[in-house]
Write a protein that binds this ligand. Structure first.
Ligand code: ASP
Length: 367
């Protein structure tokens, strides 16, 4: 009888133990499983956003005002906070490099920015970099970076045509698209990209073509690298010219850049602006020539005088597209199909390495 009772309580104990296991270990196991699931979810890529100012950080008095506003008002942090969806595509961190309209981007800012981009890209945890910038000279900064960045990781420059306070401001979607492209492995090794208004363009070819329109960034002869649909990047083409790690330019030890001026071609150009540039100490002059880089007969004596003084002259076109051909009637190197502002950027960097016209001519075709 005693044995039977002891047997019964043992049985009860065993049942109680089983129920305990079911209640206690079950949830623990579920917790462990969910931890595994969380760990298995890949962490979002880290994209660093460097803010320089421009309309994307601009504010106006009314929502209809898209001109006459103050550019460079919002800080990097405020810009990132204004687009909460960024957190779905990347871990973003912001830094302020400058906060100016892009008409006030100087060589000093260009050097500071490009050194910082290279530092960030050298960090293993950084997947890509986005630069927010005024649109007016955005292509110059983008092309400068395209020549001096030493990494295959994506670098994207973006901006906006409407200030942050405007109705249908384009800044938030441009920033989201830029960060999405910078976080995308498919964007690697494509050179520096310009992303605005659903389009992904190469810094080598993309240019601002309209003073006011939202759809202003175009790539006249060469098309876009790709587009974004539903915020998904689709790449179509690659860049033919050499860029980023493929160039010899090194900004790490530079604290200034040589003076290169652009002189616009026009009827009755008497050439005295060339004399003034040389007197001021220009080491290079880009001619924004008429048509395919033609120079006025009236200006030619001054251009030749500049070349005699070892100033490097490059012919480009003021038309907004096309190549500059050899022509014995004119003097200077050929700017390939670089527009005048991009030819200036390349000439400044070329002059940091050499004063040899033949070597610089080679660069003008390669990059
Ligand atoms: N003026 C402005 C700038 O370039 C224009 C813009 O950002 O769209 O900074």
């Amino acid at each position: 009888m005693k044995d039977a009772r002891a047997h019964l309580s043992l049985k009860r104990l065993a049942y109680a133990f089983l129920i305990f296991c079911f209640l206690a270990i079950g949830p623990l196991n579920a917790q462990a499983q969910s931890q595994v699931q969380t760990r298995q979810q890949p962490a979002l890529p880290h994209v660093a956003v460097l803010a320089t100012g421009g309309t994307i950080a601009g504010t106006a008095a009314t929502e209809t005002q898209t001109t006459g506003y103050k550019p460079g008002e919002l800080t990097a942090d405020a810009l990132l906070k204004s687009v909460p969806s960024l957190g779905k595509v990347a871990q973003v961190s912001g830094e302020q490099v400058s906060n100016v309209g892009s008409d006030n981007i100087t060589n000093v800012i260009l050097l500071k920015l490009s050194k910082r981009v290279n530092e960030l890209l050298a960090q293993p945890d950084i997947a890509g970099v986005v630069i927010t910038h005024g649109t007016d000279t955005l292509e110059e900064t983008a092309y400068f970076l395209n020549l001096v960045v030493k990494s295959d990781k994506p670098v994207v420059v973006t901006g906006s045509m409407r200030p942050s306070t405007a109705i249908s401001a384009d800044g938030p979607s441009n920033l989201l698209q830029a960060v999405t492209v910078a976080a995308s492995p498919a964007a690697r090794a494509r050179g520096v990209m310009i992303v605005l208004n659903d389009r992904i363009g190469s810094a080598r070819y993309t240019t601002k073509t309209h003073a006011d329109s939202l759809d202003t960034f175009k790539s006249p002869d060469d098309g876009y690298l790709g587009t974004l649909v539903d915020n998904v990047p689709h790449f179509e083409t690659a860049v033919a010219k050499l860029h980023t790690s493929q160039t010899p330019f090194d900004v790490s030890k530079l604290d200034s850049l040589p003076e290169v001026d652009i002189i616009y071609g026009y009827q009755n150009d008497g050439g005295y602006l060339y004399d003034a540039a040389v007197a001021h100490g220009a080491r290079g002059i880009v001619v924004a020539g008429v048509g395919a880089g033609s120079e006025s007969l009236l200006a030619l004596p001054s251009i030749k005088k500049a070349i005699d003084k070892r100033v490097i002259v490059v012919r480009s076109s003021r038309t907004g597209g096309g190549y500059v051909p050899e022509d014995p009637a004119y003097v200077g190197l050929l700017g390939d199909n670089l527009n005048p502002q991009k030819a200036r950027i390349l000439l400044m960097l070329g002059l940091t390495l050499t004063n040899d016209p033949a070597r610089i001519q080679e660069m003008l075709h390669q990059f």
